[in-house]
Design a protein around this ligand. Structure first.
Ligand SMILES: N[C@@H](CCC(=O)N[C@@H](CS)C(=O)NCC(=O)O)C(=O)O
Length: 206
């Protein structure tokens, strides 16, 4: 059985748990103490050298990190329900949206948080430079504004169907908007999207 290394109250682990729950895949769950720094200790570093959560371990011992890569793997394992796409062009579109969301919103937003409100927590774990915190947040705001335009007239980031991008985007932006970077009130489409996802029985449950 696949082993899932996860953590409580952390958005990327939550994103993968959403995907696994939607796909109804059985996994053995191992909870790592992220707040206590267990993920950065020698034991876990042997599992995932990047020291972050979540990751999965396959039956042959191979470890896969990065939620998007894991989502793609799980889709090949269990294509139904579809979270990547029904054909090549749809799958390419989902991957495009994931990269855009990562580069334009999620990475700068997380970096903004780590280098401001999260600085004391993250300083022992990675290089922190508080001078980049606010500029990163401004970049993330620009990305949110771009996404707000893209969401006009559609329910989800890739169109009218839920994709793994949504399973990742919602918990991250929900976390970020609570602790570090509220969504600007004039971003009506993004605000409505976040409300819609909060009502999803799995994604909005925690
Ligand atoms: N890009 C990675 C991000 C993983 C990540 O940032 N995980 C956070 C939890 S939300 C983490 O492990 N933080 C603790 C740390 O870096 O020590 C993914 O897609 O899985």
């Amino acid at each position: 059985m696949i082993k899932l290394y996860t953590a409580e109250r952390a958005p990327n682990p939550r994103a993968l748990e959403n995907i696994i729950a939607i796909k109804q895949i059985e996994v053995e769950t191992i909870t790592v103490d992220l707040l206590g720094g267990e993920n950065r200790g020698d034991g876990f570093i042997k599992t995932n050298s990047a020291g972050q959560l979540p990751c999965i371990e396959l039956e042959d011992g191979q470890v896969i990190a990065e939620v998007a890569a894991i989502a793609e793997y799980l889709e090949e394992l269990k294509p139904d329900p579809v979270l990547v796409g029904n054909h090549a062009a749809e799958r390419a579109h989902t991957r495009m949206r994931m990269r855009q969301c990562d580069y334009l919103v999620l990475a700068p937003a997380m970096s903004g948080f780590r280098n401001t409100e999260g600085a004391d927590f993250f300083r022992p774990r990675m290089r922190i430079d508080e001078t980049i915190g606010v500029p990163m947040k401004r970049n993330a705001e620009d990305g949110m504004r771009w996404l707000d335009g893209e969401l006009a007239g559609q329910d989800f980031i890739c169109g009218d169907e839920l994709r793994y991008v949504d399973c990742i985007f919602y918990p991250l932006v929900s976390f970020i908007s609570n602790v570090s970077l509220p969504i600007s009130e004039d971003l009506k489409n993004l605000t409505a999207y976040m409300q819609r996802l909060s009502e999803h029985e799995i994604i909005g449950a925690k």
